[in-house]
Design a protein around this ligand. Structure first.
Ligand SMILES: Nc1ncnc2c1ncn2[C@@H]1O[C@H](COP(=O)(O)OP(=O)(O)O)[C@@H](O)[C@H]1O
Ligand SMILES: [Mg+2]
Length: 143
């Protein structure tokens, strides 16, 4: 589903990713472990195109994506959940979800309340709760 080969990324002249390779198959959960500052977030951002990869290949669902801008990658169905959360603290859970809802597109499954709350049952019990009055972990689920 997602295949990364020999990925390199820089911030200016600082060489952060030195050829990372990984594969994620459909339905699989893969964790990337490393000390603070090792480059985990940079790896996710490089896969998503938020930090342009300097070298290497990224394929998603059979398509090469390492030269695409982030919005095109997102439209293919690849998501990135930032650890900074960035939810709207004054809006309710349901309102936050509506803000993030995208128009229907061919080939991309639509989320529904049922599917979402089956995945995150905790959120189903706090639909009207303002985002700012949830725990860090609950806010991360909402993100
Ligand atoms: N926007 C940035 N500009 C310059 N250097 C950065 C930037 N973001 C992260 N770095 C540096 O890149 C390295 C990897 O950071 P990061 O990928 O955030 O690490 P991790 O997520 O594994 O903790 C660190 O040395 C960090 O200081
Ligand atoms: Mg990080």
């Amino acid at each position: 589903m997602l295949e990364v080969k020999d990925l390199h990324a820089f911030y200016g002249r600082a060489h952060i990713l030195h050829g990372i390779s990984l594969e994620v198959r459909a339905g699989e959960v893969v964790a990337l472990l490393g000390r603070n500052g090792a480059g985990k977030s940079t790896a996710m951002k490089a896969i998503m195109g938020l930090v342009p990869p300097a070298r290497g290949e990224v394929s998603f669902a059979g398509q090469r994506i390492e030269r695409l801008p982030p919005y095109r990658i997102a439209r293919l169905g690849l998501g990135y959940v930032p650890e900074e959360r960035r939810i709207f603290t004054e809006l309710s859970v349901m309102e936050n979800l509506e803000v993030g809802r995208q128009a229907a597109r061919a080939g991309v499954p639509l989320w529904t309340e049922d599917k979402l709350f089956a995945l995150f049952p905790n959120l189903a019990r706090m639909r009207e709760r303002p985002g700012g009055r949830m725990s860090g972990g609950e806010q991360q689920m909402l993100t």
